[in-house]
Design a binder for this molecule. Structure first.
Ligand SMILES: [Zn+2]
Length: 478
């Protein structure tokens, strides 16, 4: 995992923590608001009802002047508090013509507008916090110090207010939800009265609608907009100094349980920051998506030159190290034996433990590959892979496989050749590992076919080194 990937994981965790807190806060707010609605309906039943039922025709009578006055007062209060949403209010004149049913429906609409304003405010604060935190973390990774973007910075405001899905931004989606829920509640109410529902039956249905819809809509919005803002803020920061990104699936609980979606097809694919489009090639790809994108640089030498030109030479190497993957796929595309079943000499258990136990004591996490990792190893015809401190072996690993991979673990632990670019480091460490294997042929009774393969691989890595040298891509220590 690179510095940035680790950082990213922390940022994702911080986002999820904030989401939980916000959800909790809004949830109890919705409960309190629902109790207010119930009280208002209860008052209707006691005022206009008989035997716990209201005759529909009584609701067609004109709304009492006092109720009209109260509605107008609430409207004025809302307009004063949220002038920017005043246009969502019903027309003043319409209030004078309301009957009792419409009066209650307007009151529900007003309450939903008030809830919408609180949603708007709370979610905006939450998103601004995420945008600032993520843009700053990306900027810091790129060498620009801590807290580069404040929560009230131009960039943060722009990211949070960007319209991205169906030409809408988060705020417009909050208001869409308000309108939708107010519409549902108004209809539920009218139908319930027309049916002659009791107070209990009517409020049971409203509670369902109110509790479920408001929560679901809000949670989905918080989650999906959070993914958008998080990724967009990072992108805005990264695109100033890198051109491409890799789409990365978030391996959350449901994906580990086998869930697959459109994001899996994009995982690992590279795109230009300038061509990113949420829902097409950039997260979020769909509602509830928590995927990410990491900067990708195909030519580090060119990148380095450009960075130094723009920002001076102080940070360039540090930044390269932070972004460059230290997931090294050793022996990609080659194996220590033919893939046919014949002639495989799977390592015996005693030798296996003799080699791996000392490494485990030094912090290696050694596992036998299964599932996705095994499929990937088979696809790439590799026999082992190292991710940081985790070593995966195929169940049919040979003594050479195990010796070599454990040797790579020690190399990585020592940071062997980490002063060089990824490609050169891999080649140097492979050459070192192959030489090591050849030096222990007798000690571990390595079969002749395996040694022959090791020799030919050594030659091919040496050839690759020469090629890089002729192209001037090899750095010689001076
Ligand atoms: Zn996704």
């Amino acid at each position: 995992m690179t510095y940035w990937e680790r950082r990213q994981r922390e940022l994702n965790q911080a986002l999820e923590k904030d989401e939980m807190k916000l959800k909790k806060r809004l949830s109890s707010f919705y409960d309190a608001e629902y109790r207010k609605l119930e009280k208002e309906i209860a008052a209707y039943y006691s005022q206009y009802g008989e035997n716990n039922v209201i005759a529909y025709r009584r609701l067609m009578e004109s709304l009492p002047e006092e109720d009209k006055r109260l509605l107008l007062e609430r409207m004025d209060g809302f307009a004063e508090k949220y002038p920017e949403y005043a246009h969502l209010l019903p027309v003043r004149e319409s209030i004078y013509k309301l009957n009792r049913l419409e009066g209650l429906q307007q009151s529900i609409l007003l309450q939903q507008l008030e809830i919408g304003s609180v949603n708007e405010e709370e979610i905006r604060k939450h998103l601004e916090k995420q945008a600032a935190r993520n843009a700053s973390a990306a900027a810091e990774t790129m060498g620009f110090g801590k807290n580069f973007y404040a929560e009230n910075s131009q960039l943060v405001r722009q990211v949070v207010n960007t319209a991205w899905c169906n030409g809408k931004n988060f705020s417009q989606r909050v208001w869409d939800n308000v309108e939708k829920l107010a519409g549902y509640l108004g209809t539920d109410l009218a139908q319930g009265f027309a049916r002659g529902d009791s107070y209990e039956r009517l409020t049971k249905q409203l509670r369902q609608r109110f509790g479920k819809v408001s929560r679901n809509d809000a949670y989905r919005l918080i989650y999906t907009e959070g993914t958008f803002v998080m990724n967009e803020a990072r992108a805005a920061s990264f695109e100033q100094d890198t051109e491409e990104y890799v789409f990365r699936v978030q391996y959350d609980a449901i994906r580990r349980n086998g869930w697959q979606d459109v994001c899996d097809d994009l995982n690992g694919k590279t795109f230009q920051w300038s061509e990113r489009k949420p829902g097409i090639n950039f997260p979020p790809m769909h509602a509830w998506c928590h995927c990410t994108a990491t900067p990708y640089v195909s030519d580090w030498n060119a990148w380095m030159d450009r960075y130094v030109q723009r920002h001076g030479s102080g940070q360039a190497e540090k930044v390269e190290k932070r972004l460059e993957s230290d997931i090294i796929m050793y022996r990609k595309g080659s194996t220590h034996r033919k893939t046919s079943a014949d002639g495989r000499k799977i390592i015996d258990k005693a030798t296996y433990y003799k080699i791996t136990n000392p490494a485990i004591k030094k912090g290696a996490d050694i596992r036998i590959a299964d599932g996705e990792i095994l499929r990937r190893l088979q696809k790439e015809q590799a026999t082992a892979v190292t991710y940081g401190n985790v070593l995966f072996f195929r169940p049919d690993a040979t003594v050479s496989d195990v010796l070599e991979e454990v040797h790579h673990f020690y190399q990585n632990k020592r940071g062997l050749n980490s002063q060089y670019g990824a490609r050169q480091r891999i080649i140097m460490n492979e050459i070192d590992a192959k030489n090591y294997l050849l030096s222990v042929v007798d000690k571990y009774h390595i079969p002749e076919e395996e040694t022959a393969l090791t020799k030919s691989q050594l030659e091919s890595y040496k050839a690759e080194m020469e090629k890089m040298k002729t192209k001037g891509e090899w750095v010689d220590e001076s």
